[in-house]
Design a protein around this ligand. Structure first.
Ligand code: NAD
Ligand code: IPM
Ligand code: MN
Length: 355
């Protein structure tokens, strides 16, 4: 019997609605499969916490999280209470950076029964490897010069180490999948960083001659995601390009409320963090209608990461069966509540466990 200690940060907005449902599904999965237990420890960090204590997490928050096997996070941000650059950099980005979660892995895949905006959705199955530590999200040289001729400056930073790391991970992933890798670039318009990105790509691809590798400019790639998603396998992208592309990935599945993500620490020195692609959705918070699939699929990625691939596979199958049966929240064309979707997924997990 394996025991896992999971740090749970519901965060803000719909994070507080979808995380309890994902925990319930995880607990149920553990019970019906019977070979693991989960010990969940919740941390009340987020914008409410900031209003009380003037900080997004406790001062020793990172040390506290370091003791866990994995971190499950909902969403961070309530711009009505705290400006986003304070809340996100004080919690979400702080954890990603302090725990060396250098890669952000985000799938997008066709699901039967989903209300995709594509007129004739074909089966697609994409993995985006998003560089998660630098690029356009660098803290180097950022400043606002006030006064006359105001100007804001921010440096994009692309180190060889982080660029190679993302690309090598992408190639390795492609070799376990359909053997195709696409690099998201913009070397036609971004003069310094993207030609560098391309040159590293050209070097790393030499190590993987069996992989069909190509590159697309991010603007065209964004359009191809909508017009021919079935042509892609693994995509490697910079921090910002990967961010934007994976919201599109959610949209072509039917809703960004479905898309999951894993912030991976690949050195094993710190826990990895699992959080859906979507945010705290203040526009629907409190109505009980948030789609919990992104959070539950994120929990599946956590199970896979912990090595519990059988439970992970059943969880994804239970999600797919639930949407195919028409049990869906309103963002994907149904009428079910957040909690109802969780309950229906639990029923199917029980059947799939064979117990
Ligand atoms: P958002 O993802 O919260 O919402 C965008 C749109 O998608 C909204 O219309 C929302 O209702 C809908 N949506 C999102 N998740 C959904 C779900 N599970 N079910 C149904 N509909 C869903 O993006 P935003 O509005 O740009 O940001 C809101 C706040 O969240 C901001 O503070 C932002 O910084 C933050 N944010 C946090 C994260 C994170 O913590 N990982 C990610 C993105 C945005
Ligand atoms: C995401 C989010 C974050 C990001 C924001 C909220 C800082 O959009 O996880 O996709 O850009 O990484
Ligand atoms: Mn995003």
């Amino acid at each position: 019997m394996k025991h896992y200690r999971i740090a749970v940060i519901p965060g803000d907005g719909i994070g507080k609605e979808v995380v309890p449902v994902a925990l319930d599904v995880l607990q149920h999965t553990a019970e019906v499969f019977g070979d693991v237990t989960f010990n969940f420890t919740e941390f009340p960090w987020g914008c409410d916490f900031y209003q009380k204590y003037g900080m997004m997490m406790e001062e020793d928050g990172i040390e506290q999280l370091d003791k866990f096997d994995a971190i499950l996070l909902g969403a961070v941000g309530d711009p009505r209470l705290v400006p986003d650059h304070i809340s996100l950099w004080g919690l979400l980005i702080k954890i990603r950076r302090s725990m060396d979660q250098s890669l952000n892995i985000r799938p997008a895949k066709y699901f039967e029964g989903l209300a995709s905006p594509l007129t004739a959705p074909k089966e697609f199955d994409i993995m985006v490897v998003r560089e998660n530590s630098e690029g356009e999200y660098s803290e180097v040289g950022g400043r606002i010069h006030r006064g006359a001729d105001e100007v804001a400056i921010q440096n994009a930073v692309f180190t060889r180490k982080a660029t190679e790391r993302a690309m090598r991970y992408g190639f390795q992933l492609a070799s376990q999948r359909k053997g195709k890798l696409t690099s998201a670039t913009k070397s036609n318009g971004i003069v310094h960083s993207m030609p560098f990105w391309d040159s590293v790509f050209d070097e790393v691809r030499e190590e993987f001659p069996e992989i069909k590798a190509n590159q697309n400019h991010i603007d065209a790639l964004a359009a191809f995601f909508v017009s021919k998603p079935q042509e892609f396998d693994v995509i490697v992208a910079s921090n910002l390009f990967g961010d934007i592309l994976t919201d599109i990935g959610g949209a072509i599945m039917g809703s960004i409320g479905i898309a999951p993500a894993a912030n991976l620490n690949i050195t094993g020195e710190h826990p990895s963090m699992f959080e859906p692609v979507h945010g705290s959705a203040p526009d629907i918070y409190g109505k009980g209608i948030a789609n919990p699939i992104g959070q539950i699929w994120t929990a599946k990625m956590m199970l896979d990461h912990l090595g519990e691939v059988n439970m992970g596979a059943s969880l994804l199958q239970a999600i797919e069966e639930t949407t195919a049966a028409g049990v869906k929240t309103s963002d994907i064309g149904g009428q079910a509540s957040t909690k109802e979707v969780g309950k229906e997924i639990n029923k199917r997990i029980k059947v799939l466990s064979g117990k």
